[in-house]
Design a binder for this molecule. Structure first.
Ligand code: N01
Length: 534
């Protein structure tokens, strides 16, 4: 690790998760000086912080890894179909060691100011503890789900027990034995944590606001043959990032749901349910565009819930009816619905009985009081924009990014924002990110940015800035394509609807990573169309 921060660099990077690590590596390869600032004590980004019980990736491990290096690809072997958080963190550490990255990373360095100086065309970065540098370019590699959201529930500060957020889990772990635990939130984090907590705790009360469609993970160890094939597969993986909407191979039928007979649909869905994983929701190509098709898949899941959960009233509360399946990020779990058959687990529907306050020893709804020793907030993130607007970014004429984005993020290609020259975002809002294998999105963004900086350096250009008109056009394009799917209409972290008071806007390109990559290539090949180069 680096305690020495250079006074100036070509490129300053914020974040040492998978995006930041690859940015540092590629900048070095391109001959640019680079320094990374990371708020955590080590590399790994989201996988450094999310140590809650049951934390795993919902993309298969053989896909959820870098594809840029033949050596790294061959030297690493995943052990399970869906890797655990500790294994993914070990992988990030392995990459950092393998590429000798830590010497250019400052840890425990939370960036709190990023200010553009128009006179010498550089950014000044400062950290909470007074470190900083000047940089020609800044790459914000802060992740899309790193700014945690703890809802302001009255009385929360009065609670006598531990309050934990899944996104900031204690490194030493938590022993739930004998405790009464209240879990608020049933998104991906809650769905993974609840069965594990319930297995240890004396009593678990789950506070659910929106019932989710939970697909079984069917996790298992990988066979030696699978590991061997995965290690040979790098070219295939790279190719899939160019030709598939999700950026990786998925086994959808490619058919519309009503191309099949009811019997065929039942067989197909049952087979994929049995196979497990998010690919289940992609069984039919029209699942997020046709209400009828969606309802077929959604009802299949509801049937599985009724089949699994013994108490019909509890099953009814767990059945999602208020949003189409896959309009939010699909959740993948292990024994999630089964957990509600345990004697020591209780489900509270906070739409029917809203949480009124937290008292010293309980969560109180308008219908009763639920005693708790520990409170687990699985309440998600101020996604996409939060990590950027909390960083003190000020562009030309002191423009504050948080103010500029108050009505929703503005970005050209999700890579750069007008008024903020020489600042790039990896997996930024309005890019093709959330519906993809984020590792492929990261690799694409970082490679695009590296090519761009190489071009600028070679041609003597000192500033690049998104043009406001091009940015507006992109915004309209993102919105128009979003209109073909259900994602735009649902309150989720995709739209900002999960955060009280946050502007509602679909914050991602849903037209596929493959088309997005083509658009970005076209922009670059045309001499950075839609950017002002000076
Ligand atoms: O967050 P979420 P998450 N009162 O926003 C509820 C990735 N991820 O951390 O749905 C009561 O999905 C909220 O209710 P509602 C993945 O991309 C991946 O679980 O807004 N409840 C919801 O139930 C994922 O999508 C993995 O009505 C409140 C929950 O809290 C993303 O991260 C694992 C509330 C938040 O769910 C975020 O997942 C974990 C309130 N005031 C995360 N406020 C894997 O790879 C919020 N909620 C498997």
């Amino acid at each position: 690790m680096s305690d020495q921060v250079p006074s100036s660099v070509d490129v300053a990077v914020v974040g040492a998760g998978f995006a930041g690590l690859y940015t540092l590596h590629l900048m070095r390869e391109r001959g640019l000086s680079c320094h990374v600032f990371e708020a955590a004590g080590d590399v790994g980004g989201t996988w450094y912080w999310n140590r809650y019980p049951g934390a795993r990736c919902d993309v298969e491990s053989v896909d959820y890894c870098y594809s840029f290096s033949e050596d790294i690809h061959r030297e690493w072997a995943w052990s399970e179909r869906f890797a655990t958080q500790p294994e993914i963190l070990r992988y990030a550490e392995f990459v950092a060691d393998r590429l000798d990255l830590r010497r250019d990373i400052s840890f425990d360095a939370q960036v709190t100011s990023v200010e553009w100086d128009d006179d010498d065309r550089t950014w000044a970065l400062g950290t909470k503890d007074g470190r900083g540098t000047r940089a020609r370019f800044v790459v914000a590699a802060v992740g899309l789900l790193s700014a945690s959201n703890t809802p302001r529930v009255p009385g929360l500060d009065r609670f006598a027990g531990e309050v934990l957020h899944t996104g900031h889990w204690p490194h030493e772990g938590v022993d739930f034995t004998g405790r009464r635990v209240a879990v608020i939130g049933t998104g991906s984090s809650g769905v993974q944590a609840i069965p594990e907590i319930a297995a240890d705790a004396a009593h678990t009360t789950v506070f659910q606001r929106t019932a989710n469609y939970v697909i079984p993970a069917r996790n298992r160890p990988l066979t030696a043959r699978e590991i061997f094939h995965a290690q040979l597969d790098r070219a295939f993986i790279r190719e899939q990032a160019d030709i598939t909407p999700a950026g990786y191979y998925t086994s959808g039928t490619g058919r519309a749901a009503f191309d099949d007979t009811p019997e065929q649909r039942e067989t197909e869905l049952a087979r994929r349910w049995q196979a497990g994983g998010t690919e289940f929701v992609g069984t039919y190509a029209d699942v997020v565009t046709s209400r009828e098709a969606n309802e077929v898949v959604a009802e299949f899941v509801r049937e599985r819930i009724r089949e699994t959960v013994h108490d019909p009233e509890v099953a009814a509360r767990l059945e999602p009816h208020d949003h189409p399946i896959a309009s939010k990020r699909p959740t993948v779990g292990t024994d999630y619905y089964e957990t509600f058959n345990r004697e020591n687990v209780e489900l509270v529907d906070v739409r029917r009985e809203p949480i009124v306050e937290i008292t010293e020893h309980a969560v109180r709804t308008d219908a009763g009081e639920y005693p708790a020793d520990t409170l687990v907030m699985a309440t998600g993130y101020d996604a996409m924009t939060g990590p950027l607007t909390r960083m003190g970014i000020r562009g030309r004429d002191g423009a504050d990014l948080a103010v500029e984005w108050a009505d929703g993020p503005l970005s050209y290609l999700g890579l750069a924002t007008a008024g903020f020259p020489n600042l790039f975002t990896v997996t930024g809002p309005l890019s093709a990110t959330a519906l993809t294998n984020v590792m492929r999105s990261i690799e694409h963004h970082v490679e695009w940015i590296a090519d761009c900086l190489t071009h600028l350096t070679r041609t003597g250009v000192t500033t690049i800035e998104a043009d406001a008109a091009a940015q507006q056009q992109w915004d309209q394009q993102v919105d128009a394509v979003g209109g073909y799917t259900f994602h735009r209409e649902v309150a989720s972290w995709y739209t900002g609807g999960n955060i009280e008071g946050k502007a509602r806007k679909l914050m991602m390109w849903v037209g596929g990573l493959n088309t997005y990559k083509q658009i970005c290539s076209h922009v670059a090949d045309g001499g950075y169309v839609g950017f002002r180069l000076d």
